[in-house]
Ligand binder design. Structure first.
Ligand code: COA
Length: 148
């Protein structure tokens, strides 16, 4: 079966919580239900929900969380964010993340977004490779941290 051909993309809703928690646990090996509950609740309270779900035969197999905002970090334009992307390991390497990201980018473009930001840990090679393959490059901002 070709997962990509059978894939449907739709807007993420709060009822996707269980499926997202399950995929996240498959990827990271820990159950982060509380974290996702809070995250989806925050997302739900926003007027712009642009996050997406990928389904194959009505089963949730991936998600991409995005956001749109302006004037943050002194950036004077409408900017888009890719917050998190996750594909069920069984369905990885089939082009699903690429399809999800293209759809999100198309939707952000329609909202007037010209630049999309994302943050990736230096150790997440799959994500770094994926964003590289999508055409993302190193931006001008640098990440600062203070251990306390
Ligand atoms: C990174 C991730 C989103 C890619 O999803 P995917 O559906 O497998 O990606 P695609 O099939 O669309 O891959 C597109 C390109 O990205 C790159 N890529 C994707 N996964 C890769 C990997 N594991 N290693 C190296 N390159 C990778 C490749 O260049 C690939 O193109 P190719 O297949 O022609 O080589 C997926 O592996 C994932 O969910 N990883 C975990 C991410 C995570 O930790 N999220 C936070 C917790 S939910």
């Amino acid at each position: 079966m070709n997962s990509l051909e059978n894939m449907k993309i739709r807007v993420l809703i709060k009822e996707d919580l269980d499926a997202i928690v399950e995929i996240d646990e498959k990827i990271l090996g820990e159950n982060r239900r509380n974290y996702w509950e809070k995250k989806l609740e925050l997302m739900n309270n926003k007027s712009s929900n642009i996050s997406l779900i990928a389904e194959v035969e009505e089963k949730v197999v991936g998600f991409i969380l995005g956001d749109v905002s302006g004037w943050e970090f002194g950036v004077p334009e409408t900017i888009g964010w890719i917050d998190t992307i996750g594909i069920d390991p069984t369905y990885q390497k089939k082009g699903l993340a690429t399809a999800l990201a293209h759809e999100l980018i198309k939707n952000l473009k329609a909202l007037g977004v010209k630049t999309i930001y994302t943050l990736v840990s230096w150790n997440d090679w799959d994500l770094l490779q994926f964003f590289h393959a999508m055409g993302f490059t190193r931006g001008d901002m640098i990440n600062l941290e203070l251990k306390i």
